[in-house]
Design a protein around this ligand. Structure first.
Ligand code: MN
Ligand code: MN
Length: 463
């Protein structure tokens, strides 16, 4: 009997629950790490806030702002902000850039409700903001929940006004109303995607009329509050980026406090893992680059998305200094596309294939491929790179699991991986499994968060 059991352990791939392996020393580190992450997530509610907070953390860790022409040598630590909406950090390695970079790429934008450019109106003596949702949301989840407004208004003279409404405990919050069940007979017959039309995602922002005899008195009263608080007029919305995001605090979930609930785990949970890893890496062999990208949720296009040449601009500056061509550097580089994956949810077993689904508390999820319907839209990491990851993760005591996002033909998803791989960079997806992904309140396991940090650190530290 004994012999047969060993034989099974030797031959079978059998992932295990991380808590069956966690030492008390590691458990302490895990808690400390997750407290840091919770604090980050609480303030990083937009891509701009995620970038600003990352810069503040990086400067505390000795990173300095990169300036073109700056002379860099091994051990130097720099950050470069792409228009305040995306961030790249680097720790210069001992080896030449000709040996390639170790890149980790996460994104810091999350699904939300964006204000339209002409958002403010009054109807039936209530004032509202019109929105256009950003990213893949289930619209019904965004009604009847507290919302905050975050973003910037850029005035015609270039002045940037930061807006945050509803974050402070004393500040008012906003809401999108839903229909009462008593009168929802027709609505309840509709599909979930049709029951809340996109043009009904209007945010209630006020109800007291301005004290005069004119028209649009509630709209005027709300505009006067905005004017006194931020010095803006209605036309200034034209050049604003204002986002309504869920007004929930980040909280421990579960009686055992093993999970974290919050808005925007996708993908700030991996962004934070990369950040902590690049802060903690010591004298790396190869130059380490950490990317916090914008616009992933809408396809990675635009100047701050991962398809942007801003990445080439930054890396070519690092390369030129060492007399290395960018294409040679890319050819030898590797990238961990650090993005979340779907965790198996026993309430919805029918959408996953259990043998290949990520499980909560089983560690970082590696995805060889993403995409959908015959692997369309994936870079599909080379087997050689997957083997390399298995090796370095095992050598560094990182618990990992191989996974796939959903059953074949059930749907799918993408990350920035293919945009990195298309640049001739070996790329693999790795990240935290998430429950209720893209919902206003997503859930992750602390154990998996910590293992994702250890994954990034193992990649950066590899010889
Ligand atoms: Mn993502
Ligand atoms: Mn996403």
């Amino acid at each position: 009997m004994e012999e047969k059991k060993d034989y099974r352990a030797e031959l079978f791939y059998e992932p295990k629950n991380g808590y069956d392996r966690l030492s008390s020393e590691e458990a302490g580190k895990l808690e400390g790490y997750c407290e840091g992450y919770k604090a980050y997530l609480n303030v990083a509610r937009t891509e701009r806030e995620a970038v600003n907070e990352a810069i503040a953390l990086a400067e505390r860790e000795g990173f300095v702002e990169y300036a073109p022409g700056m002379s860099l040598s091994a051990g130097d630590k720099v950050w470069f902000s792409n228009r305040g909406k995306a961030l790249m950090l680097a720790v210069i390695g001992k080896k030449s850039a000709a040996e390639g970079l170790v890149i980790a790429a996460a994104h810091v934008d999350s699904p939300r409700l964006d204000l339209k450019q002409v958002p403010l109106y009054e109807d039936t003596e209530m004032a509202f903001f019109k929105t256009h949702y950003y990213g893949g949301i289930k619209k019904y989840q965004w009604t009847s929940i507290p919302l905050e407004l975050h973003g910037v208004v850029v005035k015609k003279d270039g002045e940037v006004v930061d807006v945050v409404i509803g974050r402070d405990k004393d500040d008012p919050q906003l809401v999108v109303n839903d229909l009462l069940p008593h009168l929802a007979a027709d609505q309840m017959k509709k599909t979930l995607s049709e029951a809340i039309p996109g043009e009904n995602l209007n945010i209630l922002i006020g109800s007291v009329p301005y004290d005069d005899e004119g028209s649009d008195r509630v709209k005027l009263a709300v505009m006067s509050i905005l004017n006194s608080r931020y010095g803006i007029t209605e036309e200034d919305f034209i050049s604003a980026e204002l986002y309504a995001v869920p007004g929930f605090d980040v909280r421990d979930i579960g009686l055992d406090r093993s999970l974290i609930g919050g808005y925007g785990h996708d993908d700030r949970v991996c962004a934070y893992a990369e950040l902590r890893a690049i802060f903690d890496v010591e004298e790396p062999e190869r130059t380490c680059v950490c990317i916090l990208a914008d616009k992933e949720e809408t396809g990675s296009d635009g100047v701050s998305g991962m398809k942007s040449q801003a990445f080439e601009w930054f890396v070519s500056r690092l390369c030129e200094q060492q007399g290395v061509s960018l294409v040679d550097c890319f050819a030898k580089s590797m990238c961990v596309s650090a993005d979340v994956t779907a965790a198996f949810d026993p309430n919805w077993p029918e959408v996953s294939e259990k043998r290949n689904a990520a499980k909560i508390n089983y560690g970082v999820g590696l995805n060889k491929f993403t995409g959908s319907r015959g692997k369309a839209g994936t870079s599909d990491a080379p087997a050689e790179l997957v083997a390399y990851m298995r090796r370095i993760l095992d050598e560094n005591g990182v618990q990992w699991q191989m996974c796939e996002l959903g059953k074949v033909d059930q749907g799918g998803g993408g990350t920035v991986a293919m945009y990195m791989a298309n640049r001739n960079i070996d790329t693999i997806d790795a990240g935290v499994p998430v429950l209720s992904m893209h919902a206003p309140f997503e859930v992750v396991s602390k154990y998996d968060c910590y293992m994702t940090y250890k994954t990034m650190l193992a990649a950066y530290s590899a010889k």
